[in-house]
Every structure is written in C-alpha cells, then in structure tokens.
Ligand binder design. Structure first.
Ligand SMILES: Cc1cc2nc3c(=O)[nH]c(=O)nc-3n(C[C@H](O)[C@H](O)[C@H](O)COP(=O)(O)OP(=O)(O)OC[C@H]3O[C@@H](n4cnc5c(N)ncnc54)[C@H](O)[C@@H]3O)c2cc1C
Length: 504
C-alpha cells in the first residue's frame, strides 16, 4: 500500500447505517484497513426502519449474506410493494408494486397499450397487469423458481423485505466483527479538529479515551455529531413540500397472516404505516405537528391497529431535508445524519446502501482529492432531490380536500422539475427516467396513475396496432398474470416452508 493510503476508518454510530457501512467496508477492504465502530448504548438507536426496497437484495448479495439465514435472523417477511390507501381520495387504494407492468413488446412500455383501452372503457385498472400488484392484495408470494421459462412473469419476481431493525443491526454487527471490525462502546463527548484544515482528527469518549482516524463515517443519527455539530455543514429544510415532521410509533401483536406488502394509509394530518414481521407488526403515524397534536396522533394510531399494542407509543421528531454536503472534509455522513425523508417509499436504508456504494467507488487517499468529494456530493444531491420529488407527488396529486393538511398538500407549489414530469405525463403519457435516479418508469407511472393522473392521450405508435390485435395483446397479458398469480402460494405458506424464524 502506498503511503497515501487511508488505513484507519472510524464509523460513528451503531444503528442500521453504521453497521451497514462497517460490514460493507470490511467486505470490500478485508483486513487491509483498521475499521472501528463506536456506539453508545446509553443513546441507543432510532429503532425504526423496517421496510425496504428490492435494492437491498443486491447489498446482501455483495456481502454474500445468505438470504434464508438473513430473513430468519431478522424475523423478516417478503414485500412485493406498497399499498396506498385513501391517498387519492377516501375509499380508493392502489399498489405501487416492484417489478414490471405488463409485458414489454420491445416497442413501447405496456402501459401505453393499456392506456388506449382504458380511456375507451374497454379494460379496468392497471393493477391486474402486474404480477406484484395483482399478487400482493391476495396475500400471495414466492421467490422465482429456477424451472420457469425466462419470459414468464414468474421468472424474475421483484421483492424486498420487512425486518426487525434491531435484529438487522445485530446481524450485521456479527458479520462485521467476524471480518475484523473493532467495536467500541462509549459516548463521544468531544470532536477534535486539525487546526490547519479543520479535518476531524479524533473523537473523545466520556471515559477520556481518544480515538483517532483518517476517514470518519458519521452514522450518529439525526444529531449529525460530526457532520453538523463539529463541522457545521448546514441543512436544507424541505418542510414546505413534505410537511410531516413527527411520527408516533408502536408495535402490535400479529393478527392473521403477514401481508406481502407495506400498507400506507392516508390519515387526516399525514399517514400511517403497517409493516408485518413474523413476530409482530410495526406501526407508525407520520404527521404534521401544526395540523394535529401528539396525543391525537397517538390516539389515531392506537385506534387503527390490527391487534393489541406492544408497549407505549413513542414520538420521534424530524425535519425533512438534506445536509448541504454529504461529504465534508474527511467526514462522510450516512443514514439519518445525512438527511431525512419520511419512509413513505422506504428509501432511507436504500440511501445508506447507495451512499456506501458511492463511497467505495470514490474511495479517497489521504489527500482527499476534492474531485472525489465533489462527485460524491453531486450524485447524492441528485439522488435525494429526485426521491424528494417522487414523495411530493404522493401528497400533491390528490383529490382530498377534507382536512387543512390535505388542502395544503394539494395546493402547495412543487419543485419545477416535478411539475414538468407531471405535465409531460398528463399531457402525453411520456416519462423519462433521469440518469441514475432511484425510481424507474414503472414506479413513477404506477404512482402517477394511482394518484389520479390519467394522461390525456397515449403514444401515437399505439395506433399502429390494429384494434383487435391490441385487445388480444392486453387481454393476453392480463390472463398470463392471473394464471401466474393463481399458481403462487400464500405468503404465509411460502415463509413457513423457507424462512420460519425461531420464536421471538
Ligand atoms: C419514523 C421513521 C420511520 C422510518 N422507517 C423507515 C423504513 O421503513 N424504511 C427505511 O428504509 N428507513 C426508515 N427510516 C429510516 C431508518 O430508520 C434509518 O435510515 C436507519 O435506521 C438508519 O439510522 P441511523 O443508523 O442513521 O441512526 P440511529 O439508528 O439513530 O443510530 C445512531 C447511532 O449513533 C450513535 N450515537 C449517537 N450519538 C453518539 C455519541 N455521542 N456517542 C456514541 N454514539 C453515538 C447511537 O448510539 C446509535 O448507535 C425511518 C425513520 C424514521 C424516523
């Protein structure tokens, strides 16, 4: 290794972000670097963050984590998408499913063909044309079997997980420690900066121990111990577009088989999540504090549980937004320390994963080349901003006018790029994915349609298909999806056979 090589990495924080970072760095660098993770039991972790997106499978694969062992160890369940209830208007639900919509014929996305028939009243909603959105409400799930033809919808079933956040961090901790990550329990009370350039030199624990490092990963949660408290990086506040600023959470006993999807139900001043695990169900009401009191929010949450609450509701406060820099000097912030967007589309853990990936790609030397830092920050800003816009879409494209909160969301001004995206889709049914943004066409299209944005017209190329052939094509796709769904086992049955966890 050259003299310029970073040899000493310190991860501050042992929540999901800290242990994900430590595990991934240990996997990437083997024992060529010293990696130390510091956490404080006294402070604890945020203790939420239990619904994910399919990208996590890639993270696990990179770490060579066995899927079955992982799901069992975290009391996990499988997730085909998110069901949005009452978002467009009360009484209406749709599913944002992972995976494809319909069948790609190589000319246009399937939704363009569906749209022509839908607009003339010849077919119903788009949901039954996607394996995930059709299977999820029926409680069906399976992983793709190896013996189906590659063009079958069953060949590439996209799914994510729900898991117990505490068990996830413990699982990754065992993984990381087995690969040489050193663990220090203790509360950091001071951060020492190098006088010449303001880089972080060391952190000091309550015990007086001083821990030095060359690269610091700040995973200290909302407080941003290094990135904000020590380096004063600054924060961009997005409350004007994503007005929810608190969540009250409580777990409850399971009642009935676990659904293979997360449910997000719109409430008077925000929305409620429901995340089924094997041993319990996670619940939370994300709300806007100017529109509802903590007590009312807790009462609403408790009145809308499947079964008996396990413990007392807990209120968490946050400000939606992002750090002005995600990487500042020799500090890279990940997880809640880097910014926060509410868990409506389960994006936070994904952003940790994506941040780790970028950091490994742009891993610096001891001179901390500003080009690497600038690129990291530019990519991260882009990623955060596009996710922000996707979340705003859910709130803004609504017909709800029954509470002050929804009236605010429906009429608020939105970022220009989002307004352009909606206009393009509404006027001409087109969507363009920007570079490496997280959500693909299928996600945007499902949510735009689900939120009532039905395009005025469809792509002109659709008219080149004779009507009878068009009908046959769309009906045929619907039939294939229905046949596949009927062949899928119940989620509960699949889980019992493959991933049943030991009793909690
Ligand atoms: C209400 C809510 C719901 C969410 N739901 C989802 C979801 O469904 N899906 C999803 O992807 N994400 C979700 N998230 C986000 C997710 O919880 C976080 O991204 C994830 O848990 C990572 O948190 P963290 O590790 O950054 O912070 P934390 O879990 O808060 O960990 C911070 C760590 O820093 C340590 N620490 C802090 N200060 C010190 C100190 N002075 N000395 C030593 N150690 C210190 C703490 O001990 C702790 O170990 C949700 C977040 C909230 C608030």
């Amino acid at each position: 290794m050259s003299d310029n090589c970073i040899r000493n990495i310190v991860v501050v924080g042992g929540g999901s972000a800290g242990w994900m970072a430590a595990a991934a760095l240990a996997k990437a660098f083997g024992n060529t670097r010293s990696i130390r993770l510091i956490e404080s039991e006294q402070i604890g972790t945020v203790g939420v963050g239990e619904a994910t997106v399919p990208h996590l499978k890639l993270f696990n694969q990179t770490l060579e984590i066995d899927e079955i062992e992982f799901v069992k160890n975290t009391q996990g369940t499988f997730k085909l998408g998110i069901q949005f209830v009452d978002w467009l208007r009360k009484g209406v639900a749709y599913v944002h499913g992972f995976g494809e919509i319909g069948h790609d014929n190589g000319v246009l996305p399937f939704y363009q063909y569906w749209l022509k028939l839908y607009k003339s009243g010849q077919v119903g909603d788009i949901g039954p044309f996607s394996l995930n959105t059709a299977a999820a409400p029926l409680g069906k799930f399976m992983a793709s079997p190896s013996d189906v033809p590659p063009n079958s919808p069953l060949a590439n079933i996209a799914y994510a997980y729900h898991f117990d956040a505490g068990r996830y961090a413990k699982y990754l901790r065992r993984y990381a420690q087995a690969r040489g990550v050193k663990h220090t329990e203790g509360k950091i009370v001071q951060t020492l900066l190098r006088p010449q350039d303001g880089f972080v030199e060391a952190v000091v624990l309550e015990s007086g121990e001083k821990i030095t490092g060359e690269l610091f990963i700040d995973c200290s949660g909302f407080r941003g111990l290094l990135i904000e408290q020590a380096l004063h990086t600054g924060y961009e506040d997005w409350t004007q577009w994503l007005p929810c600023d608190r969540a009250v959470t409580v777990a409850c006993e399971t009642a009935g088989p676990p659904t293979p999807y997360t449910r997000a139900t719109a409430r008077d001043a925000g929305w409620q999540w429901r995340i089924p695990l094997q041993h319990r169900t996670g619940n939370g009401y994300v709300y806007s504090s100017p529109h509802i009191s903590d007590d009312e929010a807790a009462a609403t949450l408790l009145a809308n549980l499947d079964a008996r609450a396990l413990g007392e509701p807990r209120v968490l406060r946050f400000t939606t937004g992002k750090r002005k820099k995600f990487w500042n000097r020799n500090v890279v912030a990940l997880g809640l320390a880097s910014g926060f967007m509410e868990p409506l589309e389960s994006t936070s853990i994904y952003l940790v994963q994506s941040g780790i990936g970028k950091l490994i790609s742009l891993f610096p030397q001891r001179d901390f080349d500003p080009e690497l830092i600038n690129r990291y920050n530019a990519q991260s800003h882009f990623e955060f901003d596009r996710i922000r816009d996707f979340l705003i879409l859910h709130y803004n494209a609504t017909e709800r006018d029954d509470t002050p909160f929804w009236n605010y969301c429906r009429t608020m001004s939105i970022p220009e790029e989002l307004a352009d995206t909606i206009r393009l889709f509404r006027n001409s049914a087109r969507f363009f994915r920007n570079a490496e943004e997280m959500f693909a066409l299928t996600s945007w299209v499902q949510v735009m349609i689900g939120q009532g944005i039905v395009p005025q017209t469809y792509h002109p190329l659709v008219d080149q298909m004779p009507d009878a052939q068009l009908r046959q094509f769309v009906d045929g796709v619907g039939k294939v999806i229905a046949t596949c769904v009927s062949a899928m086992p119940a989620h509960e049955q699949f889980s019992a056979r493959h991933v049943a966890a030991p009793a909690a």
